[in-house]
Design a protein around this ligand. Structure first.
Ligand code: BG6
Length: 493
């Protein structure tokens, strides 16, 4: 529970809304000229909360199996929630809730069936164009991520993922098409989702498959691929600004937040170093150069990163306009974790905090940590902020009355909204907006489950693809509507 210390108040033009990603909602994985993505190749695996990282293990064998798999195989991202066919109905429901903004991502492989194609796939362009028009019809501003964890599979089959420098040019071509073709509908853009994530899950962020890197330490390959993504992102920002002078182009980071487990200096040092690691790549995107501590980190590991002579200037020319981030939970850091309980997160473990409650997936809920994060980010970057992911994954059930009663989600929302209000009104943070993650149930990124539900809208499909795909408003649907209608001032429920 978070108790706000000043009256609830949000700027008049505050952008309330919801967030999704193409690979987790669209489905229609092989329709209308869409090429295959890495996400289409991730099989459903039954794993427990404690061994969630097994989901991220991905080998060349897994890829071969996926490429050969028939329709009976369970690849949840291939079906998503069939947003591809339901988007009109879904956007109408978002409008009913009063959304001012809808965060979604474009699937690169819909725009270019093969990223090497000269010309884009017009059917893919038409799909997004129509979706943007639908948003505009209701006065909803699209917030578009160019790359949210779905590299084209060709990057893995015919390249070494983002380790191959040629991928920068392919991405540049794709970004240019997006700015040129969608610029009249879209003002807010993000380049890469959770840009720091490749070090945690290299295949979904970078199309990097470990067994293909026997000639070098895999971690070195990841740092190299990260460098290429930094260059691609900076290039996209520059091109976007040239084509669309009014566009606001941001970066997107995983805002992990750790506390020292005790006041021992060693725990504080461990925490400081962990927290610094969280900012590594966003520092590049905001300040236009590698921070010295990241260069040292790479050097101390004995790795060499190939940088082209022009790269320093490219980074300088491609600084972002705002900083966006995902925020779900916090945990602790200790210099020595022996004997301490660990808490799971989507891709990171930390020491369990005895003062925090946990979700059914063990994520430790902490609205105060959101306020702390907002202050840290604003003090560090002095750029407008945008919370583009925050939410609660839970096991919702359809009750006998046919409804979904989810007071836990309303409570989570209420407390995080209170914390945001204090960050704005007491701490002086400039916050542009808030998009609830998984505003409609979608396929989980870390567990690939449908049963880990985030939405205000229930989608009738299970982990195995059984169900009608029917949409049902949860109680939180009306609650978020009330929050938006009152511009964050009425949080009673
Ligand atoms: C973020 C990702 O890390 O967390 C999303 O950007 C993801 O794609 C979200 O869905 C929630 O994580 P999960 O694993 O519960 O889906």
């Amino acid at each position: 529970m978070y108790n706000n210390t000043s009256p609830l108040k949000f700027p008049e033009n505050f952008l309330w809304g919801g967030a999704t990603a193409a690979n987790q909602i669209e489905g229609a994985w092989n329709e209308d000229g869409k090429g295959m993505t890495i996400e289409d190749c991730l099989p459903y695996r039954e794993v427990g909360v404690a061994d969630f990282t097994k989901q991220f293990a991905f080998t060349s064998k897994d890829l071969d199996e996926a490429l050969a798999a028939g329709p009976e195989a369970n690849y949840p991202k291939r079906r998503g929630i069939d947003f591809y066919h339901y988007y009109k109905e879904d956007i109408k429901m978002f409008a009913e809730m009063g959304y001012k903004v809808f965060r979604m991502s474009i699937c690169w492989s819909r725009i270019f069936t093969d990223p090497r194609d000269e010309k884009p796939n017009e059917a893919g362009i038409a799909f997004y164009e129509d979706m943007f028009k639908e948003c505009k019809k209701y006065g909803i501003e699209p917030l578009v991520t160019l790359s949210h964890y779905d590299p084209p599979v060709v990057l893995a089959t015919d390249y070494r993922g983002w380790y191959s420098r040629e991928v920068i040019d392919l991405f540049e071509k794709y970004a240019r098409v997006c700015f040129e073709r969608f610029g009249k509908y879209v003002k807010y853009w993000l380049t890469f989702n959770e840009v720091d994530a490749m070090l945690r899950h290299p295949v979904t962020s970078g199309a990097l498959i470990e067994d293909r890197f026997t000639d070098m330490p895999f971690e070195q390959a990841i740092y190299q691929a990260m460098h290429h993504q930094m260059i691609a992102s900076a290039k996209a920002v520059k091109i976007g600004h040239e084509i669309l002078p009014d566009a606001q182009i941001g970066c997107m980071m995983t805002k992990l937040c750790f506390y020292p487990f005790t006041c021992k200096p060693e725990d504080n040092l461990a925490n400081q170093q962990r927290m610094r690691g969280i900012y590594r790549y966003v520092d590049i995107q905001v300040f236009g150069e590698y921070p010295r501590y990241l260069l040292k980190e790479i050097e101390n590991k004995g790795y060499t990163i190939q940088m082209a002579p022009e790269d320093a200037q490219i980074l300088k020319d491609g600084c972002v306009d705002f900083v966006s981030f995902s925020y779900y939970m916090t945990s602790c850091m200790a210099a020595n974790t022996e004997g301490l309980d660990m808490a799971p997160g989507n891709t990171v473990n930390g020491v369990k905090n005895p003062y925090l409650p946990s979700s059914e997936w063990g994520w430790q809920t902490d609205p105060t940590g959101l306020r702390i994060s907002l202050v840290e980010l604003y003090d560090r970057y002095r750029k407008p902020l945008f919370i583009v992911e925050n939410g609660l994954g839970a096991k919702d059930v359809v009750a006998e009355d046919g409804k979904v009663h989810d007071p836990y989600r309303c409570e989570y929302l209420r407390d995080h909204v209170k914390a945001m209000s204090d960050a704005i009104n007491e701490d002086g943070v400039e916050l542009w907006g808030y998009t609830w993650w998984g505003c409609i149930d979608l396929v989980s990124e870390s567990t690939r489950q449908m049963s880990k539900r985030y939405g205000f809208i229930y989608v009738d499909v299970d982990d195995y693809g059984n169900g009608t795909f029917k949409r049902i408003k949860k109680d939180s649907f009306d609650y978020y509507k009330q929050v938006i209608e009152s511009n964050g001032e009425n949080l009673e429920y």
